[in-house]
Design a protein around this ligand. Sequence first.
Ligand SMILES: C[S@@+](CC[C@H](N)C(=O)[O-])C[C@H]1O[C@@H](n2cnc3c(N)ncnc32)[C@H](O)[C@@H]1O
Length: 174
Amino acid sequence: MTAGPSPFFERHRDRVAHAAALGPVLDVASGRGRHAVPLARDGVPVVALDRRSEFLVELRRAAGPAAVATVRCDLEADASPPVAPSRWGAVLVFRYLHRPLCPALSELLCPGGLLLYETFLVDQAELEGGPRNPAFLLESGELPCLFPSLEIAAYHEGLHGGAATAQLLAQKPR
Ligand SMILES: C[S@@+](CC[C@H](N)C(=O)[O-])C[C@H]1O[C@@H](n2cnc3c(N)ncnc32)[C@H](O)[C@@H]1O
C-alpha cells in the first residue's frame, strides 16, 4: 500500500520543487523517504525527520549521492519539531498524525510556503491495513481545521489507492 510516492504527492511535486526556492523541504515522519528521496534526486534540498533510525539509514542509502539530511527525533516529545521555524519552503506529512503538532507545523513554513498533508480518515478503520486507533485517524472535514492560519488551496477526501485518506494542499499567507 505504501511502495511508491503517493499520487497526491506526484500531482503537486512540481509545486513543491518550486516552493523550494523559498526554503528547503521538510519531510515530517518521513519513514524510508518515499517522498524525500525523489525530491532530492530532483535536486531539491530536503530534510527528513523520523524517530526510526533504521528508516533514516535506509533513506540516506536510497538517496545516494543526492543526499538527504536526516534528523532522528520523537515528534511527540515536544510541542515543535527540532528545526528552525519560518524557514521551510514546503512541509510534507504523509500517513502520520499527531494533532498537537499541527500548530507548530504551520509555524515552520516561510511566507508563501506549502503544506502537503495526506493521512487516514476514520473510514480506514473499516478497511484493510492502516491504523485503528482514533488518535491516528481524521474525522471528515477535520484536516483543514487543524491549520486555521493557512490558506487552503486544495482539499479532497475519499478512497485513494485503496486507502481512505484526506489530502490537503495549503499555503502560508505571504
Ligand atoms: C506510516 S509511516 C509513514 C512514512 C512516510 N511518511 C510515508 O508516507 O511513507 C509513519 C512514520 O511515522 C514515524 N513516526 C511515528 N511516530 C513518530 C514520532 N513520535 N516521532 C517521529 N516519527 C514518528 C514512523 O517511524 C514512520 O516512519
